[in-house]
Design a protein around this ligand. Structure first.
Ligand SMILES: Cc1cc2nc3c(=O)[nH]c(=O)nc-3n(C[C@H](O)[C@H](O)[C@H](O)COP(=O)(O)OP(=O)(O)OC[C@H]3O[C@@H](n4cnc5c(N)ncnc54)[C@H](O)[C@@H]3O)c2cc1C
Length: 440
């Protein structure tokens, strides 16, 4: 049955999320966003994070048996839209707990799940943070998009060598959220994607390692000073002979599959974050258009171009919301195996949101450019992130869909029939090997 009606439980969830966002989060957003020191800005959100933890938002996606909320992906989106409409950077902090800890649910061992998920869901301080540590610094080679490249010299370059029952980690990661923690001494736990086999490429050479807070040899450089999403912390991390017990590894040789699945699960959440930001811009522009006359006698909504533009913005927001809901419903049906639809909802939600915020600025006109009096400076800085974070739309998300479409097994009717489109390792790696002009 296709039914877009919210149940009474979903309406209640939406209401709790909306009240949290308006009453707890909103009062701190402006100051935290304006704070020039990114770490100080991150620390300013801690009381709101603790409240979010208490309300269950920080770990709602983890299974109930470990103390998590066990919410469906659809319910998660209903709450996420309300929070990201007020601040997507804060939403990102919550999202990253899922990116880091859900791989344990899908690929981890039961002892690891019991230990780390139970700790994450039952923190008496209500401030537990998990780091999802994949991305690497720019360089040649460097970067992240080609994690599934067949050469061991390309893709993920942080290494972990097994010596005497311990993995020894070396290298540098750049961008991961929350990993430095509230005090720059580390998140409570980080899940780090590393190369455990120096002879193998991205498919087969990568694994995940659980690195607890306080592990010697991990150092944190000053946080990245981002244009937007400033309530989120982006880290620069160095690993210098960091030793962790062998039992902390999981998905051995399957780190590529973890990256593909985690950045698929997050797709609809990032998509709805775009919807949240676009919704805020739209509601502001609509109200402006109904009250501002631009020197004429009537509000500008009575100019046809203004009406048409706002109509298009409203339509695009609805379309992006329902694609995210569909991708989430599909994830609920197939244990988060929503690779294509998850990626589509992330791409569409973020890119649509960018256009919507800009169109709202055009509707409001020159006054939208006034930072002090109107919210568009922050909305624009925040929205610019969507196409390039959470696995960039070009090098990672579109490439993932392309790999599936190109595979002989792909059935284009799968989405309309709501059937499982199986994702296999054969679909990874497409487009990662290039033919440079003049190369032998
Ligand atoms: C707010 C925020 C939060 C973040 N949180 C985290 C986190 O928690 N953990 C984490 O690990 N990272 C995090 N990141 C980093 C982020 O997830 C990036 O999406 C990721 O590093 C990949 O970026 P990229 O696709 O631009 O890769 P890059 O490797 O930097 O690629 C750059 C560009 O090159 C092009 N390109 C490269 N290869 C190809 C190809 N094969 N085909 C086509 N085009 C290609 C694409 O246009 C791509 O966009 C965060 C970033 C931000 C801003």
């Amino acid at each position: 049955m296709i039914d877009f009606t919210l149940t009474s439980e979903q309406k209640a969830l939406q209401q709790v999320a909306r009240e949290f966002a308006q009453d707890v989060l909103k009062p701190i957003v402006r100051e935290a966003d304006a704070e020039p020191d990114p770490q100080k800005g991150f620390q300013m959100i801690k009381p709101a994070y603790e409240k979010a933890y208490e309300l269950g938002f920080a770990m709602c996606f983890l299974p109930k048996e470990y103390g998590g909320g066990g919410v469906s992906n659809v319910d998660l989106l209903i709450a996420a839209e309300e929070i990201t409409a007020v601040d997507p950077g804060f939403g990102c902090v919550l999202l990253v707990n899922g990116l880091a800890l859900l791989p344990l649910v899908w690929f981890g061992k039961e002892e690891q799940r019991k230990k780390w998920l139970t700790l994450a869901c039952n923190d008496p301080k209500k401030s537990f943070l998990a780091g999802w540590v994949v991305s690497e610094p720019a360089g040649s080679p460097g970067g992240t998009a080609n994690f599934d490249h067949p050469s061991p010299q390309a893709g993920i370059q942080v290494t972990a060598d097994l010596k005497n029952g311990e993995y020894v980690i070396n290298g540098r990661k750049y961008w991961p959220s929350s990993a430095a923690g509230w005090d720059m001494q580390g998140a409570d736990v980080s899940v780090v994607v590393v190369r455990t086999d120096r002879q193998k490429g991205g498919k087969g050479g990568l694994s995940c390692i659980i690195v607890p807070r306080g592990t010697p040899g991990v150092t944190y450089e000053p946080c990245i000073d981002t244009m937007g999403h400033r309530l989120n912390q982006n880290c620069d991390i160095r690993y210098d002979n960091v030793r962790v017990p062998e039992e902390n590894v999981f998905a051995l040789g399957e780190g590529d599959l973890v990256i593909s699945k985690a950045f698929t699960w997050s797709g609809p959440v990032a998509g709805i974050a775009g919807v949240g930001v676009a919704r805020t811009a739209y509601e502001y522009a609509l109200n402006w258009a109904k009250t501002y006359t631009a020197g004429g006698l009537d509000p500008i909504i009575y100019h046809q171009n203004v009406g048409y533009m706002l109509t298009d913005v409203a339509m695009k927001i609805e379309a992006a919301r329902y694609l995210s809901w569909k991708a989430a419903a599909y994830a609920d049906s197939y244990d988060c195996e929503n690779y294509s639809l998850g990626a589509m909802s992330k791409i569409f939600g973020g890119e649509t949101a960018m256009q919507c915020v800009y169109d709202c600025m055009r509707v409001v006109g020159i006054n939208s450019y006034d930072r002090r009096s109107h919210p568009f400076d922050k909305l624009m800085r925040d929205v610019l992130c969507f196409p390039i974070y959470d696995a960039g739309n070009m090098g990672m998300q579109r490439r993932k869909i392309w790999g599936m479409l190109a595979h002989p097994s792909f059935n284009p009717r799968s989405f309309v029939d709501h059937e499982l489109v199986e994702f296999t390792r054969e679909m990874e790696g497409i487009g990662s090997v290039t033919a440079r002009p003049g190369a032998a």
